[in-house]
Design a protein around this ligand. Sequence first.
Ligand SMILES: C[S@@+](CC[C@H](N)C(=O)[O-])C[C@H]1O[C@@H](n2cnc3c(N)ncnc32)[C@H](O)[C@@H]1O
Length: 217
Amino acid sequence: MKRIVESELMKKEEDKDYSGLVKNNSRAQTVMYRDIVRFLTNEKEPKNVLDIGCGEGTLLKKISKIFPKATLIGIDESREMVKKAKEEGVAKILNSSLEEYPLENKFEMILCNLVLHHQENPEKFITDATNHLTKEGILIINDLVRPKSREALEMRLKERRKNLGHYGKITEEIARKSCQSALAKEELQRLISKIKNSRINFYDEDWFERTLIVIKS
Ligand SMILES: C[S@@+](CC[C@H](N)C(=O)[O-])C[C@H]1O[C@@H](n2cnc3c(N)ncnc32)[C@H](O)[C@@H]1O
């Protein structure tokens, strides 16, 4: 299946539905954040953490519980998302894209959950993110993997509907577009093989195949 990049900012209507999906459904919550939360619980507490594309701040809220002493910063290019993230009150939230964020800001840990698939140029995005790491910093990227075919994607969506119940046409359409926009397994492997001190894992025990990428500076 060909990649169709979904790079535009989330629309207001979609925001509402995304928010509903994440906030009101504990099963969706668990799956969307499971791999990254599991990884973080085994990591040493960093001094400072940057969440790129923090959305409504859901991941930052979880991080604040795992690393209660760390200074947390979230950036997002969507004004709508930033407004909601600020309401969580667990981190300093800035309305900025990664590309605009000043390079002098360095972090021991950088997270990026469900953001890579929005990027026109994922390789540049990863390089830009890595440039914000301190000397011994760690970048963690969690995202979807694009299924091989349209049929495979529709099967996954059907499975998801069975598990989650009906969450409206908009959320299903977001999931469909996000999967079409994600990188395929081989594309991810090729991309990561070019980066020093990196490793990539794939997870596929649920509705969508996902990837967890770890890059050390
Ligand atoms: C699918 S949401 C994920 C939100 C959040 N990370 C989470 O796990 O709930 C993707 C978010 O990334 C933001 N985003 C996409 N590209 C970005 C970039 N280059 N710089 C900053 N934010 C970006 C979008 O505005 C959107 O809020």
